[in-house]
Design a protein. Structure first.
Length: 553
């Protein structure tokens, strides 16, 4: 596609960075399309944000649906239907290759100046910070306003990971599919990323197909997918903080919290940070206070009921737990490695425990990376050292940082989102309800994939937290179909509307076809019923023959 002369500038728009142009073209001036005008041999690119019909045929031409308006127009001497459109364009600027970004010269176009539709070649060069196959590139799809594949949309992985990512979409819009496309890109030989997916629904196990696909392999490199099923998840008790333990215990009174705190800090004082302690050590420390007052003096059993209530709650939560262990936990060196994607499946685990597991793990990751980068504390176990950056993707992120609620994973997420760039920890948040996600957490994600969102609360949340996307483009959200996404933020040169490419691996999050399942159940049940009836008839006929054989004729 070459540059096409498409219209003429009418004048400045309502905002300083807007202008109008007039065109008779109804096919190529869609919202989200890119056009340009020339200033000093520079192509000043802009994005179409809205359009309206300014002149059309009289209503009388359209009154009879049985007569084509073209026929009426020809009868009165009109050669064609003279429809004109007023197009609003938001100026982006010209692309400066030296700085790798757009520069707005702040020279508005003059009335009568010609406007061109940008070519595929120009857009492929300037919209994406990377090209397909570059080191640090992630090819996620193509420009929505062009034919599939004509203008690839390629993100800068460095910027996506360093400044965090949010994938926001309603149910069924394709957020998990889009996330999987990104993961495929991160595991290609030109990236070889270290990824951990916290998966509350078990949707990402099909990524294992990557291991056998030749396009993901290179000389000396073969990606690895590790699946940790719920029964494989372990959290060592001494990696929990006081807030984690308290959060897991039901309906604690102030007095119970007081003795729990005393017991916890006594265990920490006794064992220090380098020694491993377990649930029973905390249990015994609290048990020892059974006959003490608040100052530690013996009072002959005045605290029996309070202490016994704490001990019962501790034993209920931790005594028979298969997740919280005195000695075992999932080693960071097992969970993270360049060229490895680890899927932590939490689909059979209580939501409160999911939050504690995720919070404790993120805390360990943060400590390991801070320790490595600052070189201030290398006393960590060798199995918990991380000498490379990591990327953690959280499905159902509103579970781990809900709005207007306090859970134990929120604070560590906020810390990593605000400081992780310095220490090589990237976070990706996926949610179908951005309105239910903590807005401080969401606002820290500097690259966003925004898909179809219908709920007004969620739309308003995006407007208030996503800084570099126009309100006009956000108005397109309800109209996006499955697999269509607005990409904005530091991972891309300018906001674009993108069609997500097809996955290489099988999608694991499809919606169940309930009618087919029901019909299949009846079909299988009918076959089983027929087989049972045949089996009964065969057995009955066999018994009859045996009886006949025993009769002398």
């Amino acid at each position: 596609m070459v540059d096409i002369l498409i219209g003429t500038v009418k004048g400045p728009g309502e905002k300083p960075q807007e202008y109008f142009f007039i065109t008779p073209d109804n096919d190529q001036t869609r919202v989200g399309e890119f056009v340009y005008y020339q200033v000093n041999n520079q192509s000043i690119i802009g994005n179409i944000t809205s359009r309206r019909l300014t002149r059309n045929l009289p209503d009388n031409f359209l009154a009879d649906p049985n007569i084509a308006p073209q026929d009426i127009a020809q009868l009165i001497g009109l050669e064609s239907i003279c429809e004109l459109y007023e197009i609003t364009v938001a100026t982006i600027g010209y692309y400066d290759e030296k700085i790798g970004d757009f520069i707005n010269p702040r020279i508005p176009p003059k009335p009568g100046q010609t406007v061109y539709l940008a070519s595929n070649q120009l857009l492929s060069k300037v919209l994406s910070p990377k090209q397909v196959g570059d080191a640090g590139a992630a090819h996620i799809g193509s420009l929505l306003t062009r034919e599939l594949g004509e203008v690839p949309i390629v993100l800068s992985v460095k910027d996506v990971v360093a400044t965090h990512l949010a994938i926001l979409a309603s149910t069924g819009a394709g957020k998990s599919y889009t996330a999987s496309v990104l993961i495929e890109e991160l595991l290609r030989p030109n990236n070889r990323a270290s990824i951990l997916i916290v998966d509350p629904h078990g949707e990402y196990s099909t990524l294992r197909e990557i291991e056998a696909l030749p396009e993901f392999q290179a000389l000396g490199y073969k990606p690895q997918i590790k699946i940790f099923l719920p029964e494989h998840v372990r959290v060592r008790f001494n990696t929990l903080k006081m807030a984690d333990i308290r959060y897991l215990l039901p309906e604690m009174t102030d007095k119970q919290n007081y003795y729990l705190n005393r017991g916890f800090y006594e265990v920490e004082r006794r064992f220090g940070k380098q020694k491993i302690y377990g649930f029973r050590d905390l249990y015994d420390a609290i048990l020892a206070m059974k006959y003490d007052d608040e100052d530690g003096n013996s009072k002959g059993g005045s605290n029996i009921n309070t202490i016994e209530a704490i001990l019962w709650k501790l034993d209920f939560r931790f005594g028979q737990s298969k997740i919280f262990s005195d000695v075992e936990h999932n080693l960071l060196t097992d969970l993270f490695r360049p060229g490895q994607c680890t899927v932590l499946q939490l689909n059979e685990i209580d939501q409160q425990e999911q939050q504690v597991i995720t919070g404790a793990l993120l805390r360990r990751v943060n400590e390991a990376r801070v320790s490595w980068v600052t070189q201030k504390n290398l006393n960590l176990n060798q199995d918990d050292q991380l000498s490379f950056p990591v990327f953690v993707l959280l499905e159902e992120a509103h579970r781990f940082a809900p709005a207007n609620a306090t859970v134990v994973s929120t604070n560590v997420l906020k810390q990593i989102l605000s400081e992780g760039r310095k220490f090589g920890i990237g976070i990706g948040l996926i949610t179908q309800r951005p309105g239910k996600l903590d807005q401080d957490v969401l606002s820290q994600c500097q690259t966003q994939f925004i898909m179809r969102i219908v709920n007004p609360i969620d739309q308003n949340t995006i407007v208030s937290t996503v800084e570099n996307i126009g309100r006009k483009m956000l108005e397109e959200l309800p109209a996006l179909t499955k697999g269509q996404v607005i990409v904005t933020g530091v991972g891309i040169n300018t906001p674009v509307m993108c069609q997500v490419r097809s996955r290489v691996t099988t999608h694991g999050g499809q919606t169940f076809d309930a009618p087919s399942e029901w019909l299949n159940w009846h079909s299988v049940s009918k076959q089983q019923s027929i087989q049972q009836e045949q089996s009964i008839l065969i057995k009955a006929s066999g018994k009859k023959r045996e009886q006949m054989d025993g009769i002398d004729i």
